[in-house]
Design a protein around this ligand. Structure first.
Ligand code: IMP
Ligand code: MG
Length: 194
């Protein structure tokens, strides 16, 4: 990026570690609103149970839920993350599972991003063992070109290219989750985090 472009981003209040902004907070808000309508069109007025994959899906889940006026139940599941890496290594593991009963319930998995597909495949297998009456998934971002195991989400906010992105819940080494926009992290910011 040229120094001039970097200055433009800085003046616009964009975090200096971002090379570019993929989605502004206003664009995210609009898409979350329309995604909620897509979800409601499938469930009708029925109750369903959201299982949110934390930490990444925290912001997305909170905003999405508030756009849905169905009765909803919520639980969270924590799966091992990349640590301070930008590529998935090995097999993800469930660190903390759900505690509410989901047998015979309509379950919607909510995650921030679908990348290799390993995480959602693992969580979907685990949920299916508890015999929900239905299981669907919703991701804000989908990096389809990176898929290693076949997994298709039922609801997708945005398809994105193979770039490492942060903000709106997505992190690098636990940082940047609080950015209101989603942007591509500069390569220099991916080196040796403290
Ligand atoms: P998967 O198992 O490879 O599909 O990875 C899904 C998980 O990897 C997501 O829940 C994210 O936590 C993380 N992840 C994948 N791509 C990115 C990214 O570009 N930025 C931040 N986290 C990511
Ligand atoms: Mg995640």
């Amino acid at each position: 990026m040229t120094a001039a472009k970097s200055n433009v981003l800085r003046r616009a209040g964009i975090h200096p570690d971002l090379a570019s902004v993929l989605f502004t907070d206003a664009q995210i808000k609009r898409r979350v609103h329309s995604l909620a309508a897509e979800i409601k069109a499938v469930y009708g007025a029925r109750e369903f149970t959201i299982v949110s994959l934390i930490n990444g899906a925290v912001m997305f889940t909170a905003d999405l839920m508030r756009q849905i006026d169905n009765p909803v139940r919520l639980d969270c599941i924590r799966v091992s993350s990349y640590g301070a890496l930008t590529k998935s290594v090995g097999v993800p593991q469930v660190i903390a599972s759900i505690t509410i009963d989901i047998t015979n319930r309509d379950v919607l998995l909510v995650d921030d991003i679908l990348d290799t597909g390993k995480t959602l495949t693992l969580v979907a297998e685990l949920i299916r063992k508890q015999k929900p009456s239905s299981l669907r998934s919703c991701v804000l971002l989908d990096k389809k070109s990176r898929r290693e195991v076949p997994f298709q989400a039922d609801f997708v906010g945005f398809d994105i290219p193979d770039k490492f992105v942060v903000g709106y819940g997505l992190d690098f080494a636990e940082r940047y989750r609080n950015l209101p926009c989603i942007g591509v992290l500069k390569p220099a910011a991916q080196a040796a985090p403290k």
